[in-house]
Every structure is written in structure tokens, then in C-alpha cells.
Design a binder for this molecule. Structure first.
Ligand code: GAP
Length: 548
């Protein structure tokens, strides 16, 4: 098991044990791709959504060149008129190519099925560069090539069983060697039945003709078929084609469909944004990596409407400048809530990846412990005038904007920062997870104070001798202002451990000395240090330290 898989397993175990995340309907064996948030998890996710709404909608940042803009919110229905999804392109195009195994019936996204190959080498270096590793295999033929499922979020270690089967091996072990010219990436070697093999990090795409076998059982795969990701339902009593409707696969279209309503009712002026957060549903072929790729998830989306290049006067902020602005705002927002810069990567989509109408799109990616490569948290896309034009064509309603200063009428250009609330929650959990063997309670969650589900705990050292009488009023005062917990049971060490796992930044403990000099101890979650303060200062101390 690789170190990162091990970390992920510990995170998943802690999340379940402490009530952050449970599998949906677990008592019936669960259901793939659906998750429930427990008492701590729902507070955490709520804090995340509130931080987004507060920082992006209620108090949006100031734009380039000091331009202030309005941001308003909407909360639209999940089921909309199906024509919305025809106009947006989802009915025709929101599909993944899939291949099924004729033997074991597992289903794969064919664009994630990738051919890898292994080349035998004499020895495994301690450290290497990709160039020196490639030099060593130049001219050699591959010992084996096989098809593996390399969906985003899988790591090389996941290919072990497929390699074992393809090579008929008894023992297969992965060895990751630091890539000295490109930390923190590693080069992948395998020891297979005692022999060493190098696996070049460049995967090789497979073509339709290149029909390799199922990574799970070696069975024959079907040809790729298009599989629409929208969940279908029927509206009304009759299950007939005219009643088909869809659960929304994104919140964005509710915003576009209400563009005119918002303009007419709230007197917003370009540039302005409309935001929405809420549930979205996609029948993902392979939900995986905990909550990362779910079938039901929440999005936090902004559609930002600005003037297209042809309508910008000299000195006005152009669409590409707005796009750069949103990209930077969103990366900095993640950093401000505790994601480390070295775990975040803005990645510009390549020309091949870009939608035909999109001029630019940056994926803001995060290095989750379950993956060798950073994975998408949010996309910041320059969508041009595509969406409003589509809805104007399909609905026959005017979706243009009239600028009463310049007397010009135009279809606004759209910049779309589209984030996933559950993906960010998972990133926050992974970033917060800390393990320090020297502590009495080695596992603790270093949440940013703004996101921590519980901000403080109050403990009487023992539940007698007049200590609860001092502790209870302190707890009652704090909980009027911050989420707090009171706990008088079990040893003080166990109580600290519980709060460390919940990520509670401060614990106040009332002990024998409190009766003599009115002081209490404050324990800091991050370094387990303790100081004494006067009991009357608990709330004030918390306010100063949390700076909320
Ligand atoms: N309106 C644009 C749009 O929906 P997207 O890249 O498909 O773009 C935006 O989704 C964000 O929604 C992603 O960056 C991710 O955070 C989140 N997201 C998408 N699919 C998801 C899934 N299956 N599970 C969890 N989050 C998902």
C-alpha cells in the first residue's frame, strides 16, 4: 500500500468514526456515488458554503482597475423544463464514451482506459530524473503492455492487480522514486517476482482498433458507446416521452434561464454576476475517490456578465482581464481558507480540451492524497456569448442587454467560476488531517478557524467539587456566539483527543486552581500548548484568536 493510500484510508476512517461523512443508506449496503454528511461534516460544509456566499456574493471582491460590481444570488429548481437542457447542449452532448466488460460486466469510461507498458531494468535508482530513466530503457522493448483504468484520482498503485494478472505474476510491488527535477512528483518502478521494471509516466492513449482487455478480469470489452450522464425522471402521472424531465447536472443553467428576470427585477448593470449554490446530479459511470466524484453533489457557481471585446471602450476591463481576475480571486480564496500553495495548481485547459465556444479555461487543481496528480476543484471558464445565445435561439426570448449610457444592445460575454462544494470540503478535510506520533492523541484536524465545525469546548476537569458550576456559565456565554461543546465525561486526555479529531481550535478546562484564582487553562489544538487566563476572558480570548 502506498503512503498516500494509507493516509486516505486513515482520513476516511476518521471521517466515519467522528461523523463527518457516511455512505448513503449504509444500513442497506449503501449506494455507489452517494454520501451523507454527519453532525460534524454538515457544519463543516455549511461553513464552506457560507464563506463562499459571504466572500463572493454579499461582499464580492473589487474588480481590476478598481471596478466595483454587483453580485446577486438565485436559488432555482432542480427540475427545469427539459428544453433548457436541449438549449444548453446537455441532451445531445453531455455524455461519456463507455465500454463494458462482456465477462465481469464492469463499466469503464473509455477515455480513461489507458495503455501502460513496463520495461525491465537492472536496478531501481534511489533518485532520478525522467530523462535519465528514459535513457536507461531506450531501445528496449516493453515486457508487457496492458489496459488500465486511469480515471482522474486513480494512482499508479491502483494498477497493481491488473499488472499482476497480465504478467501472471505472484508478487507485485510498487516503488516510487523521487523525481529530482520535478518534486513532488515521483517516477514509478515495479518489483515483479523479484525483477525490476520501469513504468514511463507518459501513458499511451488507446485507439478504437487497439482493443486490449478488461483491467479487472482480462475479459473482452465492448466498443465505446455514448452514455448520457443526466438522471431522467417523469413529471406527472404518465411515464411517456412527452413527460421526460432531468435532474439538473449543473446549477449554471438556472442562472442563464433567469438572466432576464434578474435584469428586470434587480436593476443590475453590466458588469455584474449571478451566483447560485445547490445540488447537481450526474450519473457518473465510475464514481470514485470518496466524495470526489459523486452522483449527487453541490456546486457553487457564478455567471459573471461583462462586455465583449467589441463593446469595450479604451481602458475598460476586457473579458480576458475579467477571466484572469476571477482565476486569481478563486485561487487566493482557497489559500485564504487554508489550502497550501504547494498543493494548488492552476492548469490552463489545452485547445483540445476547450469547448468549441470557450476562449480560455483554467482548472484550479488540488493534490489530493489519493492521486499522483492534482485534480480539479473548480473551473474558471471564458464562455463567450454561447449560453445566452443558445437560450435566445431555443426560447425565442430576447437575452440581450441594453447599455443605456452607450445606447448599445449586445449579448453579454460570460466568465464562469464553477466550484464544487463537496470537492472543496474533501480538500479541506485532506489538508487539515495531521498525524503526530509524539502527541497523546496523534490524529488531529487542523481546520482553518473559519471552517472548523466546533470553535471551542469547555471541560470541567471532574464533574464534581464545584467545577461544573464554574464551567457551565462559561459554556453558555461562548455558545451564544460560537458553535461550542460542553463535555464532562471521561478522562481529560480522551476529551482533548475527541476535540482534536473534530478540529476544535481551543479547549477551556476548569480545574482545582480555577476555584482559587479564577483562572482556566486554554489548550491550543495545533501545538497542544496550554496557558492560563482569567475565566472572565474566555469569550474575548476566543474572539481575538479566531479573528472571526
Ligand atoms: N457549469 C460548469 C460545470 O458544471 P464542471 O467542470 O462540470 O463545470 C464544476 O463542474 C465543478 O463541479 C467541478 O470543478 C467540481 O468541483 C464539481 N463537480 C463536477 N462533477 C462532480 C462530481 N461528479 N462529484 C463532485 N463534484 C463534481
Amino acid at each position: 500500500m502506498s503512503q498516500s493510500t494509507d493516509v486516505m484510508e486513515k482520513i476516511v476512517a476518521l471521517c466515519r468514526r467522528r461523523g463527518f461523512i457516511f455512505g448513503s443508506s449504509e444500513i442497506y449496503g449503501g449506494i455507489g456515488g452517494f454520501w451523507d454528511y454527519g453532525p460534524l461534516g454538515c457544519e463543516l460544509k455549511r461553513n464552506i458554503k457560507e464563506a463562499w456566499w459571504s466572500d463572493m456574493v454579499r461582499n464580492p471582491p473589487i474588480g481590476p482597475k478598481g471596478v466595483e460590481f454587483q453580485m446577486v444570488g438565485v436559488d432555482c429548481s432542480i427540475i427545469m423544463n427539459p428544453k433548457v437542457w436541449e438549449a444548453s447542449g446537455h441532451v445531445g452532448g453531455f455524455s461519456d464514451p463507455m465500454r463494458d466488460c462482456k465477462e465481469c460486466k464492469l463499466r469503464y469510461r473509455s477515455d480513461y482506459l489507458i495503455k501502460i507498458f513496463l520495461v525491465q531494468v537492472d536496478e531501481i535508482p534511489k533518485e532520478s530524473t525522467i530523462h535519465s530513466a528514459l535513457d536507461k530503457i531506450a531501445g528496449k522493448t516493453a515486457a508487457v503492455s496492458l489496459l488500465v483504468d486511469a480515471a482522474p484520482g486513480t494512482s499508479a498503485a491502483d494498477h497493481g492487480p491488473a499488472i499482476k494478472r497480465a504478467m501472471g505474476a505472484r508478487k507485485v510491488q510498487i516503488v516510487t522514486i523521487p523525481q529530482s527535477d520535478m518534486p513532488p512528483f515521483s517516477l514509478i518502478y515495479w518489483i515483479i517476482d523479484g525483477k525490476n521494471y520501469f513504468m514511463p509516466s507518459q501513458y499511451v492513449g488507446t485507439s478504437m482498433k487497439d482493443m486490449l482487455n478488461c483491467p479487472n478480469c482480462g475479459g473482452e470489452l465492448t466498443d465505446p458507446r455514448a452514455f448520457n450522464l443526466m438522471f431522467q425522471t417523469y413529471v406527472g402521472a404518465l411515464q411517456e416521452a412527452s413527460n421526460i424531465a432531468y435532474l439538473r447536472p449543473e446549477t449554471a443553467q438556472g442562472i442563464f434561464a433567469n438572466f432576464k428576470n434578474v435584469m428586470d427585477s434587480s436593476r443590475v448593470k453590466i458588469p455584474f454576476g449571478i451566483a447560485q449554490m445547490g445540488k447537481a446530479f450526474r450519473n457518473e459511470i465510475n464514481p470514485r475517490n470518496y466524495t470526489f466524484r459523486s452522483r449527487e453533489f453541490e456546486q457553487m457557481e457564478i455567471e459573471f456578465f461583462c462586455k465583449g471585446d467589441e463593446f469595450c471602450k479604451a481602458g475598460e476591463v476586457t473579458p480576458i482581464e475579467w477571466w484572469e481576475f476571477w482565476r486569481d480571486v478563486r485561487i487566493n480564496w482557497y489559500k485564504s481558507l487554508g489550502l497550501k500553495s504547494e498543493h494548488l495548481r492552476p492548469r490552463n485547459q489545452t485547445k483540445e480540451e476547450l469547448a468549441h465556444y470557450s476562449k480560455a479555461c483554467t482548472d484550479i487543481e488540488y493534490l489530493f492524497p489519493f492521486s499522483d496528480e492534482p485534480q480539479e476543484l473548480e473551473g474558471v471558464a471564458h464562455r463567450g456569448t454561447f449560453d445566452l445565445t443558445q437560450h435566445q435561439t431555443h426560447s425565442g426570448k430576447d437575452m440581450t442587454y441594453f447599455d443605456d449610457e452607450t445606447r448599445e444592445r449586445f449579448t453579454p460575454t460570460v466568465i464562469e467560476p464553477s466550484a464544487g462544494a463537496d470537492r472543496f470540503t474533501l480538500a479541506v478535510i485532506c489538508e487539515a488531517y495531521s498525524y503526530d506520533e509524539s502527541r497523546a492523541s496523534p490524529e488531529f484536524m487542523r481546520f482553518h478557524p473559519r471552517l472548523a465545525p466546533i470553535k471551542a469546548a469547555v471541560f470541567p476537569l471532574v464533574a464534581k467539587d464545584g467545577l461544573p458550576e464554574i464551567a457551565e456559565p462559561i459554556y453558555r456565554e461562548i455558545k451564544k456566539h460560537f458553535p461550542a461543546q460542553y463535555d464532562a465525561k471521561q478522562s481529560i486526555g480522551k476529551r482533548y483527543a475527541r476535540m482534536d479529531e473534530a478540529g476544535t481550535p481551543f479547549c477551556f478546562t476548569i480545574d482545582g486552581q480555577s476555584k482559587e484564582d479564577s483562572t482556566v487553562t486554554v489548550r491550543n489544538r495545533d501545538d497542544a500548548s496550554q496557558i492560563r487566563i482569567d475565566k472572565s476572558r474566555c469569550l474575548e480570548y476566543l474572539r481575538e484568536q479566531l479573528r472571526l
